[in-house]
Write a protein that binds this ligand. Structure first.
Ligand SMILES: C[S@@+](CC[C@H](N)C(=O)[O-])C[C@H]1O[C@@H](n2cnc3c(N)ncnc32)[C@H](O)[C@@H]1O
Length: 271
């Protein structure tokens, strides 16, 4: 067990995901999050064509068009009721369930050909429960099925980030004013959140639990090294085929310097 309990992370993170402002952010997202996600989904697209797809942590539905372009046989799940409501409103023709990835009991063994947990959603789950998520995904995938999952890098630039008084300069006075206004509103909230949540920070060589800059430092997430995340996937019964970095969408070698990679996209297969 670590200092923070699984229930602490669930409460903190869900309280932030469910805020109207957070839901709105996700409602406006479109397309791939980064070149690594593009590379990862391209990598699996041919194999996933027509297969049953499980989209875990679907949020407000950014990934729905990307995944349904591969197959109409699609179900999305999320453990935040407010995200489920927003997602259903945006995609009334998609099957969206309110469900926690730790318990996929409503699905049969071997039901899916592809499972995706995108945008580092798995990192909101405490280390104590992470293996349970991986085991459940493994169970509901058919033999030969693929799991695409992204996860924050323990050695990446985002690890240990702190609120900063930083304004992206532009010569456009309107844009500059708007950015200054946004910063003036978000910085005090970020500082308050970072102070409130810093007691949960916990650092180890292979993984850590850290307050993360997303949503004005409103979430606490798990960071893993490349080797540790591969180890966890193997322990759950997966074979990791390839890993892409988020920055350029290139394959990452086991011995690569990963200090400029914020998160990884893992492609893991159930043998
Ligand atoms: C970073 S957001 C990504 C949303 C969406 N996949 C996207 O890329 O726009 C993570 C989402 O995962 C969901 N989530 C986190 N842990 C989860 C769990 N254990 N079970 C189901 N959903 C979870 C959150 O509610 C949130 O909507």
């Amino acid at each position: 067990m670590s200092g923070a309990r699984a229930a602490d992370l669930d409460t903190i993170n869900r309280n932030t995901w469910k805020l109207p402002g957070t839901v709105r952010v996700y409602e406006h997202l479109q397309g791939w999050t980064d070149p690594g996600e593009h590379a990862a989904l391209e990598h699996v697209a041919d194999e996933a064509r027509g297969a049953p797809i499980l989209d875990i942590g679907v949020g407000a539905g950014r990934t729905i068009p990307l995944l349904r372009a591969m197959s109409p046989d699609y179900v999305g799940i999320d453990y935040t009721a407010e995200m489920v409501t927003a997602c259903r409103a945006r995609h009334p023709d998609a099957r969206i369930e309110h469900m926690d990835a730790r318990d996929l009991g409503r699905f049969r063994d071997g039901q899916f050909g592809l499972a995706v947990f995108s945008f580092n959603g798995i990192d909101a789950v405490h280390v104590d429960d992470r293996q349970q998520v991986l085991r459940e995904v493994h169970r509901v995938l058919r033999s030969g099925g693929i799991f695409v999952v992204s996860a924050h890098n323990r050695h990446g630039p985002g690890h240990g980030e702190r609120p900063q008084l930083h304004l992206d300069f532009t010569w456009n006075p309107l844009k500059l004013g708007w950015r200054a206004l946004k910063l003036a509103r978000s910085l005090p909230r970020s500082v308050r959140n970072a102070r409130r949540l810093r007691a949960l920070n916990e650092t180890h060589d292979d993984w850590s639990i850290m307050n993360c800059g997303a949503h004005d430092f409103g979430i606490v997430v798990v960071y893993t090294t490349l080797a540790e995340q591969k180890r966890q996937l193997s322990a759950a019964g997966f074979e990791v085929e390839i890993v892409f970095d988020n920055v350029a969408g290139r394959p990452v070698a086991d011995d690569a310097d990963t200090s400029d990679i914020w998160w990884f996209h893992y492609i893991a297969r159930k043998p």
